[in-house]
Design a protein around this ligand. Structure first.
Ligand code: AMP
Length: 396
């Protein structure tokens, strides 16, 4: 995969696919600029090297219709502040205005096109739409790792019409950390998986059992493994139809000599109310003693210690998924403790998934994490070993 460093884009009109799919608050204002900040190194590099930059992104799910709620206009304003440079905003991503603005771009200037998902041709990867979208540029840079697992017009279709097609620094960094540093890790490599469902992470578990020295399982996922081991799990969230998958994973871990660790104690509650973010009285119980009428809501203190010891002895840690219902403050102890243990250890730490990254930020440890993936679904697919269409479409 070639990157912006391998080619000269000076004086060229470059279509740059970025991921400005930022979260919006209830008033429609940008709630978090992390994704925009992650794209700045590539934009700055291109500007400093004389490219004429045409940024394209999606925002939300407007489902092929123009909807002001999902306009990128406010993103353009924030981007101006972040870059300290003016941005030419186009009200559309196709058409006369785009043609006029992009033809008049000078070296180092930046235009931002309106939400590409205002057209259904984007997600359909419609060839005619892709040709029109590409017609404002000569070359292509993809730096939107978060959508690289989707074969859309702006991630794949346009590459048939533009040359060169290269990756930006964010994609390069994601691949370095999720690829090289996991496939050829400093050992021991410990993988920590949590979250709600085994079914979402079957392929990731399978792929990572090929690479890890140790796998720690927490969150509700752990109850499917507990059920497979015949432990009492009370009313905990469980996928009984995935018990076979859990047994297969445990058998594979044994074959591959991967140490697989599960919670040895749990925080349980007789009552969980998500809307009011409340739980009943919390109790701590041993691994196979969750009473009927109680659900596991977090890993217990002995598990925190057990997992913490394993983390400290690791040289590389990959973490994806919370250890409990961390959205409810009294159930976030395990997730935050894992965040702190990872951040406090001397190792390469790679964190993926919105919840784990949120926990890292909320526990104030972001500065001590080697890499936080912006990818979500794309990160999981990459870790599964899948070829991401948006990366495969770039020049080799
Ligand atoms: P995922 O998207 O699969 O990473 O799952 C994240 C969700 O898992 C979060 O919303 C957590 O609240 C939820 N979760 C983690 N542990 C538990 C648990 N013990 N019971 C129910 N939900 C959980």
């Amino acid at each position: 995969m070639k990157t912006v460093k391998d080619v000269s884009l000076s004086g060229k009109r470059v279509l740059v696919r970025v991921d400005f799919n930022v979260p919006l608050d209830e008033h429609g204002a940008i709630a978090d600029t992390t994704r925009m900040v992650a794209a700045l190194p590539t934009i700055r590099y291109l500007a400093q090297n004389g490219a004429r930059i045409i940024l394209v992104s999606h925002l939300g799910r407007p489902k092929g219709e123009k909807n002001p709620k999902y306009s990128l206009r406010s993103v353009a304003k924030v981007l101006e502040t972040l870059l300290g440079q003016s941005i030419l905003f186009c009200d559309d991503c196709l058409g006369e205005e785009v043609k006029r603005v992009t033809e008049n771009l000078q070296d180092g200037e930046i235009a931002l096109l309106e939400n590409v998902r205002f057209y259904r041709g984007e997600t359909d990867n419609d060839p005619a739409f892709a040709r029109k979208l590409a017609s404002c540029a000569e070359a292509y840079v993809n730096d939107a790792f978060g959508t690289a697992h989707r074969a859309h017009a702006s991630t794949v279709g346009v590459t048939a019409h533009l040359s060169p097609c290269v990756a930006g620094f964010l994609i390069e960094k994601e691949i370095t950390y999720l690829g090289d540093k996991i496939s050829h890790p400093q050992r021991p490599l410990t993988v920590i998986l949590g979250g709600a469902k085994v079914s979402d992470k079957i392929s990731v578990i399978d792929a990572l059992l090929e690479k890890a020295d140790c796998m720690l399982i927490g969150g509700a996922m752990a109850y499917t493994f507990s059920a497979a081991l015949g432990h009492a799990i009370g009313d905990s969230l469980v996928e009984m139809d995935k018990v076979d998958v859990a047994l297969e994973a445990m058998a594979k871990a044994k074959r591959k000599n991967v140490q697989m660790l599960f919670p040895i104690d749990h925080v349980v509650s007789s009552h969980i109310d998500f809307p009011s973010r409340s739980v009943g009285d919390l109790k701590i119980v041993k691994e196979d003693e969750i009473p009927a009428g109680y659900s596991g809501v977090d890993i217990g203190p002995q598990t925190i210690e057990l997992f913490g010891r394993q983390i400290v002895h690791s040289k590389t840690v990959l973490w994806n998924g919370p250890m409990g219902i961390f959205e409810i403050p009294s159930c976030n102890v395990g997730t935050f403790a894992i965040a702190k243990a990872i951040a406090g250890a001397s190792l390469t730490s790679i964190v993926g998934g919105g919840d784990s990254i949120k926990a890292i930020h909320e526990s104030g440890c972001a500065a001590n994490i080697s890499f936080m993936s912006t990818g979500g679904g794309a990160s999981l697919e990459y870790l599964e070993g899948k070829v991401l269409p948006g990366i495969a479409a770039l020049d080799a």
